[in-house]
Design a protein around this ligand. Sequence first.
Ligand code: SAM
Length: 235
Amino acid sequence: MIDRDKLYQYARDIGVELDDNMLSRFRLYASELITTNKKYNLTAITEPDEVVVKHFIDSLNVLKYFDLDYGNKIIDIGSGAGFPALPLLIAKNGMLEVTFVDSVRKKLLFIERALNVCGLKGEILHERAEELGQDKDYRESYDVATARAVAPLNVLCELCMPFVKVGGYFIALKGSSDEVTDAKRAIKQLGGKIESNVSYKLPNGDPRSIVIIKKISQTPTKYPRKYKIISSKPL
Ligand code: SAM
C-alpha cells in the first residue's frame, strides 16, 4: 500500500494539492499496478515508495511547469501503465479528455482496469503512434501530447507532434541528459518551437527534465514516416 501522507506532501511540494478523493484514486491505481504486475510485467517500479516518487510524482511534475486546463484534450503516446497521463487525469479530478495510446495490448487492458477502479473515463487505443498520426481523425486535434520514456527526443517528436493542434503543446518527460540539442532540427521541421526545457529533481534526488514544445505551424503531411525510417534516419 502506498503512503498517502508522503504522496500528499511530495505533491504539495510541487504545488499540486491532492484531496482525499484523489489520494484514494492514487491508492487504488497503485494497488492495481502492483497486483497486475505480479502476473504481467508492466513496469520495473513496483515498490510502493518508488511508485509514489518515480511514477506518480514524476508524472505530476508536468503540472508544476505547465497549466493544464480542465477540458483539455490530451493524447499520451506510449502510455505503458498510464504514465504520465493517468496521474494527471486523477489530479485534474477526471476533467481532461485523455486518449491513451500504446502498441502493446496488455498495457492498455491494464489502463482500462485502472480507469475503472478509479471511476474515471478515457479513450484507449491499441495503435502504433506513427500509424495513428496519419489518421485525420487524430491528427492535429489535441491541445497537448505527452510522452515519458518512449524514445529519444528527435524520434519522439515525429511520433507525437503530428497529433498536436497549432497553438497546442507537446510535453516530453525525460531523464537528465540533454536531448534538445539533437532534436532542434526535428522540432522545427515538424512545426514546433521549444517553449521551455527545465531540469528538476525527484524527492529521492533523481534528476529529470521536462521539455515543452509549442506547435506553431502544421506538421508536413509526410510526417510521421514509417518507424524504421524515423529511427534509422531521425530528422
Ligand atoms: N510512458 C510509460 C512510462 O513512462 O512508464 C511507458 C514507458 S515504456 C518504457 C514505453 C512504452 O511505449 C511501451 O509501453 C511501448 O509499448 C510503447 N511504445 C513504444 N513505441 C511505440 C509506438 N511507436 N507507438 C505506440 N506505443 C509505443
